[in-house]
Each structure stands twice: as C-alpha cells, then as structure tokens.
Write a protein of this length. Structure first.
Length: 120
C-alpha cells in the first residue's frame, strides 16, 4: 500500500478501466455487507467517488482516441497512435441544458400582432 503525503496508507488509483470496475464492485459489496462502521463507510464512499471519476476519465480518453482514429483532420482515415503514451486525463465536460421547446401557441403569444390587426 502506498503512503500519501500525510504518511497514512492510501491505495493507488487503478490505471485500467477493468480494474476500476472490479474495485468498485468489491467496495459496493463491503458497503452493502453492513459490517463497516460509519467512518469506514464514509472512507469507502470517498474512495468510490474517486474510482468513479477515474473510470469516467478513462472512458472519456477512450472515446477521444476512437474519434481520433475515425477522423484525422476531417478525413476518414486511421491515425497512428503513439505506443506507450498514456491517454491524457480528461475532466468531464459540464452538462449543457437542452434548449427549451416552445409550442406554436407560446410563439404566437410572444410575437406582437401587426399594427393593422389592432381591434380599435
């Protein structure tokens, strides 16, 4: 077990997606077992969040590599990958809200009537 900067034991974050999933499954089993103290449960939860974030990074990096393979400079050709180069850590993109859909009645209500349609 590796030591962190405070001298306490800290497990290394896995580099392979399969390892991340396996560790998460083990952690869920321990949490669902009901034998952990509150402190141990919180620590496991914190470690689980780190593992989930690492898994997301690995998936995002894999998706980026696939996109690079499928299109290089807008061309449909395969791009050679550099052997031994670690994929960059990718932070998740912020979620963007979907544009609001308006009904025809709402768009008519938002548009003022033409000047010659005024009833007085």
């Amino acid at each position: 077990m590796a030591k962190d900067s405070r001298g306490k034991g800290a497990e290394a974050v896995p580099e392979q997606y399969g390892d991340v999933v396996q560790k998460l499954e083990e952690m869920v089993a321990r949490l669902e077992g009901g034998t952990l103290s509150l402190e141990e449960s919180l620590k496991s939860f914190e470690e689980g969040i780190k593992l989930v974030r690492r898994g997301e990074q690995l998936l995002n990096a894999a998706e980026k590599r696939i996109e690079e393979l499928l299109s290089a400079d807008g061309q449909d050709e395969v791009v050679a990958l550099q052997a031994g180069v670690k994929p960059p850590a990718v932070s998740p993109a912020p979620a963007t809200p979907a544009p609001a859909r308006s009904s025809p009645a709402a768009s008519r209500a938002a548009t003022p009537p033409p000047e010659d349609d005024v009833p007085f």
